[in-house]
Design a protein around this ligand. Structure first.
Ligand code: BTN
Length: 331
């Protein structure tokens, strides 16, 4: 959707943030558009996951105020953190923030370039899953990184990023844990997901798009569509932080993780994995297509592979999905 169309929606959103209901007629007058255009925008915003109360005879208002990312403020907060040549975008709406960089993979883009979106129409998760992306309710964030490592050395990057996001949440006093390879959980429920997509550059070096989806405060309409146990930052964060502040802080944590990975590699990035590992020393099932591996989780090795201790000792696995024995907890 083009920006001018979304600008009307943004102005409508700010009118809908008022305490009192505003009728279709009042909204139409203030925005200089017809009442039927207002009705269409309200419907489209609801489809994007915005909770709008519409009461016959009264009008419309937001169920709860929206906290949108302030691009200028974000750019200001990232001064001295983001390389000067790195791009920064905040899109009102996009198909997928990861896809934004992948379609530009043949261009010269500075490492640390980042884009955020208020909502995604085709947000994607790992294993071809959909990632629910309602407007203003979560962080949808992708960073572009050009590495000097080759693709096989970058395989462990997603594990390092999962741990970095987990540590970052703990610094905010949110008791997060990581579930191999990179799901982030709080009290047994998923709070963030990470999708790393790798590409080889012409010179053989690896390029990566690192996408992070972090639930902040989801509307009930979107929450109903998530088919796994989930949680959100607003239920755990001891202090109030805006999505702009969270975006700046998460950018910094990810940028530092990638810079360290580039300098020192995976082994150094995951030294404290066991401390944050959701399954460490727990009996698990590893689901690998038709196969199931049973054993005790012993963390990860220096390549990011999962270590499982079974009857024949400890073995490492690169693929598959963990489930707790007895209860299905796949993410
Ligand atoms: C998972 O399945 O757990 C990974 C989810 C990753 C979602 C994020 S949201 C920002 C970025 N853009 C996408 O389309 N996906 C990632």
């Amino acid at each position: 959707m083009r920006r001018p169309v979304f600008e009307t929606k943004q102005r409508l959103l700010s009118l809908l943030s008022a305490e009192q209901f505003l009728s279709g007629k009042e909204l139409a007058q203030q925005l200089g558009i017809t009442r039927s255009a207002i009705a269409r925008h309200v419907k489209e915003l609801s489809l994007l996951g915005v909770d709008i109360f519409s009461v016959k005879g009264k009008g419309h208002k937001l169920a709860q105020p929206l906290d949108l990312i302030e691009e200028d403020k974000l750019a200001h907060m990232l001064q001295g953190v983001r390389p000067e040549s790195a791009e920064l975008h905040v899109f009102p709406m996009i198909d997928s923030t990861n896809q934004f960089w992948l379609t530009r993979k043949n261009e010269t883009i500075a490492s640390g370039s980042a884009c955020f979106a208020e909502c995604q129409t085709a947000g994607r998760g790992r294993r071809g899953r959909q990632w629910q992306s309602p407007l203003g309710a979560a962080l949808y964030f992708s960073m572009w990184w050009r590495s000097t490592s080759n693709l096989s050395e970058l395989m462990g990057l997603s594990v390092a990023v999962g741990l970095a996001v987990t540590r970052w949440l703990n610094r905010l006093q949110v008791p997060a844990q990581v579930k191999w390879p990179n799901d982030v959980y709080v009290e047994g429920q998923k709070i963030a997901g990470i999708l790393v997509e790798l590409e080889a550059a012409a010179n053989g070096c690896g390029q990566a798009v690192i996408g992070i989806g972090l639930n902040v405060a989801l509307p009930s309409s979107a929450a109903e569509q998530i088919d796994q146990a989930w949680t959100q930052l607003s239920d755990h964060l001891p202090q109030a932080l805006s999505r702009t502040e969270l975006a700046a802080s998460l950018y910094q944590a990810l940028f530092e993780c990638l810079s360290q990975f580039e300098l020192n590699g995976l082994e150094s990035a995951i030294q404290d994995w066991a401390h944050y590992d959701y399954f460490y020393n727990q009996p698990i099932r590893l689901l690998m297509g038709q196969h199931e591996i049973h054993g005790i989780c012993r963390g990860v090795d220096g390549h990011g592979a999962l270590l499982v201790e079974g009857a024949e000792g400890i073995k490492s696995y690169f693929g598959g999905e963990i489930s707790v024995r007895g209860q299905d907890a796949t993410g």
